[in-house]
Design a protein around this ligand. Structure first.
Ligand code: ATP
Ligand code: MG
Length: 201
């Protein structure tokens, strides 16, 4: 889908475990979409994430469906199954290679919170990542946002409204019987309840 005279289509990529997706993820994607004039943001739930392989992550289908529920009403947001369907551990390099070949008409903008950005140099094929996408680091409460050590020109840093929400905290709240209303979209609250997610933690 070409854009109205602005040249190449601009596709944002929001990778995450989304266990569950929460308003911190959604605000990050929405803010970056506006600031960087993105045509679309695709949310990409991970397969079994390598950083978290020693902990239990909810079934991919549950994480995928919660991501669809949370994004469905926004015409600029979509969800991709590529990492889930590839199988095995997810490496961002594979996500970006696959999205490049599926979207040869687009420039890619990979959105990441301050905590994840500071880990990028430990990711597989770190140098190549920056040739596949422009990286956009967003502020996250409790984490310093810095591009130290990252390639000049490969990363932009942006301040977004601070939402001190994490999936870890949402899971702990559900396990304790505390509410997650207004931390995650209403439909995600209902889905967690329907599927009895996070009860035994
Ligand atoms: P967990 O606690 O399970 O690690 P999380 O809340 O960190 O979950 P992830 O799925 O790990 O969520 O994060 C996906 C992406 O969203 C990462 O780049 C992360 O930095 C970013 N992100 C998550 N929460 C926020 C937030 N509240 N503000 C800004 N960025 C966020
Ligand atoms: Mg995280």
């Amino acid at each position: 889908m070409p854009t109205g005279g602005r040249g190449k289509r601009r596709l944002g990529v929001m990778g995450g475990t989304f266990d569950p997706i929460h308003h911190g993820h959604l605000v990050a994607a929405s803010e970056v979409a506006a600031l960087f004039h993105l045509d679309e943001v695709v949310f990409v739930p991970t397969g079994q994430p390598w950083q978290k392989s020693d902990t239990t992550v909810s079934a991919a289908e549950d994480r995928y469906l919660m991501t669809v529920i949370a994004t469905a009403s926004n015409p600029q947001f979509s969800v991709s199954r590529i990492d889930i369907d590839r199988g095995g551990a997810t490496y961002t390099i594979d996500t970006l290679r696959d999205l490049r070949s599926l979207n040869s008409d687009s420039d890619l903008f990979f959105i990441t919170g301050a905590d994840a950005l500071s880990q990028i140099l430990t990711w597989r094929d770190a140098e190549e990542l920056f040739s596949l996408a422009h990286f956009i680091g967003v502020t996250r409460p409790g984490h310093d946002l810095t591009d130290d050590g990252l390639p000049k020109g490969g990363v932009s840093l942006v301040e977004i409204p601070a939402l001190a929400i994490s999936s870890t905290d949402c899971r702990a709240r559900v396990a304790q019987g505390d509410p997650v209303w207004y931390l995650v979209p209403d439909g995600v609250v209902r889905y967690i309840d329907k599927r009895q997610l996070y009860r035994g933690e």
